[in-house]
Design a binder for this molecule. Structure first.
Ligand SMILES: NC(=O)c1ccc[n+]([C@@H]2O[C@H](COP(=O)([O-])OP(=O)(O)OC[C@H]3O[C@@H](n4cnc5c(N)ncnc54)[C@H](O)[C@@H]3O)[C@@H](O)[C@H]2O)c1
Length: 318
């Protein structure tokens, strides 16, 4: 079995690490790989790192053919996720939707068994409408995404489910909470970078900032573990999974957790006016029961454990 991991960033590099720990030699494909950052997460000697662009269908087909790929984990997305898509809607729509269609289509043609795609927990939070209360005969039966990024993720899920329904592609979509974790390269979303910067500042003895809104997080190692569980599950049955810490973190919680991990840390909570579109004030926690029942997923890292692991990693690399 050889897995193609597309997108070698914050999450993709952790997926590759877990696959290596399982004894696999995964193929990591990225159009702009950052080998130094990837090498800090997974031993580059244990993976095949290749260049490839999901907007070029031939690149995906070649990777599948050259490496006898049997399963795909697709984590590539537009730079800076929610924030990036608000700035460049066309680029994000093209990459997230057509790039994913290219991956699903290549899997269909080549007969790749399973395709696990990174969706996002923004689909649980960035929503408006639904006054028709789930009545499909009503124009406002269902809430709709309120950002370009979440609209692309909704399209990806719908298209993946139809590739499963009609084409035999064994699709799964992973709705991660906002991800933070070890990563020294560019990438991740706005919230990922906010936590990284806050922890860097706290460790350097500088004042750190916590965003004003409540958030639902997941540690990158848990996001990757949920993804690998979906890759390995015998029968999926259901195909969309919430993968988060299963808690709502208030700004005070985040500030306290940073201070618990870095004693004496000073953390300022941003005023709501500074809150970016990617850092909303979330109101509720995603239901993890399907991920638990079908995949056996439960988060191993709560906020303090995740921040502690991140701090250890940052200290180890100086
Ligand atoms: N980071 C988060 O907070 C978060 C939260 C929820 C969901 N997600 C989703 O998880 C997935 C992984 O996120 P991440 O934080 O690891 O992102 P990341 O930016 O760290 O990694 C994405 C990688 O995809 C690569 N890529 C971009 N376009 C490509 C293309 N055309 N062809 C090949 N590679 C390409 C980039 O070079 C990058 O290395 C994404 O789909 C994202 O939408 C992330």
């Amino acid at each position: 079995m050889t897995t193609l991991v597309i997108g070698a960033g914050l999450v993709g590099s952790q997926v590759a690490r877990l696959l290596v720990e399982d004894g696999e030699r995964p193929v990591l494909m990225d159009r702009a790989a950052q080998p130094k950052a990837i090498g800090e997460i997974v031993d580059l000697a244990q993976v095949a790192l290749i260049a490839g662009d999901i907007l070029q269908p031939a690149d995906i087909a070649k990777a599948i053919r050259d490496h006898s790929i049997t399963a795909i984990v697709h984590t590539a997305a537009n730079p800076l996720l929610t924030l990036g898509a608000q700035r460049d809607p066309f680029g994000a729509i093209n990459l997230n939707i057509m790039g994913t269609v290219n991956v699903l289509e290549a899997a269909r043609v080549a007969g790749v068994r399973r395709v696990v795609v990174s969706s996002s927990n923004v689909l649980n939070h960035f929503l408006a409408g639904g006054e028709g209360h789930g009545d499909p005969m009503n124009e406002e039966g269902f809430p709709r995404p309120t950002t370009f990024y979440s609209a692309t993720k909704q399209a990806i899920e719908s298209l993946g489910l139809n590739y499963a329904r009609w084409c035999g592609v064994d699709f799964a979509g992973m709705r991660y909470g906002a991800v933070f974790g070890p990563w020294s390269g560019d990438g991740g979303g706005g919230p990922s970078n906010v936590v990284r910067e806050a922890m860097r500042r706290a460790l350097a003895g500088e004042e750190a900032s916590a965003p004003a809104g409540a958030m639902e997080w997941v540690y990158s190692k848990d996001a990757a573990r949920g993804t690998v569980l979906a890759l390995r599950a015998e029968n999926l049955g259901t195909r969309i999974f919430n993968i988060t810490m299963a808690t709502l973190t208030t700004p005070r919680d985040l500030a306290d957790a940073i201070a618990e991990v870095v004693p004496g840390a000073r953390v300022k909570i941003e005023t709501p006016a500074a809150t970016a579109v990617s850092l909303p004030d979330m109101q509720s926690v995603s239901d993890q029961s399907i991920a638990k029942k079908v995949l056996g997923y439960a988060p191993r890292y709560d906020l303090v454990a995740g921040l502690r692991d991140l701090a250890e990693w940052m200290k180890a690399r100086g």
